[in-house]
Design a binder for this molecule. Structure first.
Ligand SMILES: [Zn+2]
Length: 155
């Protein structure tokens, strides 16, 4: 995504953890502990991948995108579909995205990366163009956030 910045990659931590699991230092039950909320988020908002689960090798991993930031107000902490993020990035100045990989078979889960999105990354020219696009598509923007959705988004 164009306004993506301050990316933090957690693949080293993930590799180290998987090594500990293979060595028997960490039990699979400790790493396969996705909460019901995370599993629901994977089911309803997840992004399928071609990557096999590193623990059970039974299912492909699903990526869940959680959004955080003051501007999100009651939507903060919710899981969103990947396709919704560019729209939010054009509407909000700045918000944080946490990407969590989940196996829907064995409940393996790990933070893969985090980054910032939002209009703050754009210069004045780009903002003008974005304003035009945003006002054209604002009719499609839906207000989300019942309390049940908020709970579902927790991880
Ligand atoms: Zn698995």
């Amino acid at each position: 995504m164009r306004t993506q910045r301050q990316v933090v990659d957690y693949s080293l931590q993930k590799r180290a953890l998987l090594r500990d699991v293979r060595n028997g230092k960490v039990g699979t039950l400790e790493v396969c502990d996705a909460s019901p909320y995370l599993k629901n988020a994977a089911r309803f908002h997840g992004e399928p991948t071609d990557e096999r689960c590193p623990i059970c090798r039974h299912d492909n991993l699903t990526l869940v995108h959680y959004i955080y930031g003051d501007e999100l107000k009651q939507s903060a902490g919710q899981a969103r579909k990947l396709a919704e993020l560019p729209v939010l990035a054009m509407t909000l100045r700045e918000f944080q995205v946490f990407v969590v990989e989940v196996c829907r078979s064995c409940a393996w889960n790990h933070l893969t990366e985090q980054f910032l999105l939002g209009r703050d990354a754009l210069n004045a020219d780009e903002l003008d163009r974005v304003e035009a696009v945003a006002s054209a598509s604002s009719g499609r923007h839906r207000e989300a956030g019942s309390s049940s959705q908020r709970r579902e988004g927790r991880w």
